[in-house]
Design a protein. Structure first.
Length: 313
């Protein structure tokens, strides 16, 4: 094999199935996570994403299918694989009486080349809490500590399972900066989150799982046809004036009383006609906005009624 050979897939999943007795939680899932990218796995509670992540982490055996993580079967990869992987679980059990620095130092001893404690705590914004006991930390600060523990072994692949739960907006943005910094270092990240703005901001690609099946996959901008979907134009029309013919499809917006909304596949032409008319009339189109379906809109459409279709953990 030539020295220049590069493995392009950090994670490969083919025909993955997982059953719990008579309940099939994962029903033939296929996807790939490329080296150096952030891949977001989205889905409602009970859709099967936690099962998939636990299989990828090596904590749960699959029923059928092929799974490779950094070139190895995660269930039998052993220490050599685990030293290259960092994990932030939804809930981590930590010794409440150790200090923050002691906790990171203790975990670092499990790895051959741990990152310096001080550098890690500065990275996650806990340098001023180094001497504080874990039990005194807020929920958001404990999640930052979880992230530090996932990074202490300088892993190639990081699993982030709801990493910013409990964070205030400022702390979430700081966490996003950390993830982006990891990507700049060539790390690969698999992210699960219920925050669509988080997936939009961080992920290179996303997959949406519903009832054990992936129902859509692509970039956040193109998922579910977002990039080609009809554009929605919303504005408050001037009093007592009939709109031009281009506004014939406008209808009252139930979410914004007094406003109208119209959808079009020709936003440039419609906006040109609409704004040209407003200029000729000497009026303003108050609150004029032009939007495509958001990632949240697409996600909700893809996963609606999932609670009634037999979803499993």
């Amino acid at each position: 094999m030539p020295d220049s050979f590069v493995v392009t897939a950090a994670i490969t999943v083919e025909g993955l199935r997982k059953s719990y007795g008579s309940v099939e939680a994962v029903k033939g899932v296929d996807f790939e996570v490329r080296e150096g990218e952030v891949f977001a796995l989205l889905g409602p509670n009970g859709a099967g994403k936690t099962t998939i992540v636990e299989i990828l982490e090596g904590y749960r055996q699959r029923t059928e299918g092929r799974v490779e993580v950094l070139g190895a079967d995660p269930f039998v990869g052993g220490r050599a694989l685990r030293e290259r992987v960092g994990i932030v679980l939804q809930e981590c059990g930590l010794d409440p009486y150790l200090t923050v620095a002691e906790t990171v130092l203790h975990t670092g001893r499990c790895y051959p080349s741990p990152r310096p404690v001080g550098d890690l705590l500065e990275l996650v914004g806990l340098d001023e809490k180094a001497g504080d006991r874990v039990k005194t930390l807020s929920g958001g600060q404990q999640r930052r500590l979880d992230l530090a523990l996932a990074l202490v072994g300088d892993p190639d692949l990081i699993f982030l399972d709801e990493p910013t739960t409990g964070f205030d907006p400022s702390a979430r943005r700081n966490a996003w900066d950390i993830v982006e910094g990891l990507c700049n270092l060539g790390k690969t990240v698999l992210l699960t989150t219920h925050y669509m703005d988080e997936a939009q901001h961080l992920a290179d690609r996303v997959a949406v799982i519903r009832a054990g099946v992936i129902v859509a996959e692509g970039s956040p901008a193109s998922l579910g046809g977002r990039d080609t979907a009809a554009v929605r134009i919303r504005f408050r029309p001037p009093d007592g004036r009939a709109l031009p013919p281009v506004g014939a499809g406008a209808r009252p917006d139930p979410e914004h009383p007094g406003y109208v909304v119209l959808e079009t596949a020709e936003p440039t032409r419609v906006l040109h006609a609409l704004t040209g008319w407003a200029i000729d009339q000497g009026v303003e189109l108050i609150g004029l906005t032009v939007t495509r379906p958001s990632l949240e809109d697409v996600y909700l459409e893809l996963t609606e009624d999932s609670a009634s279709d037999g979803s499993a953990p």
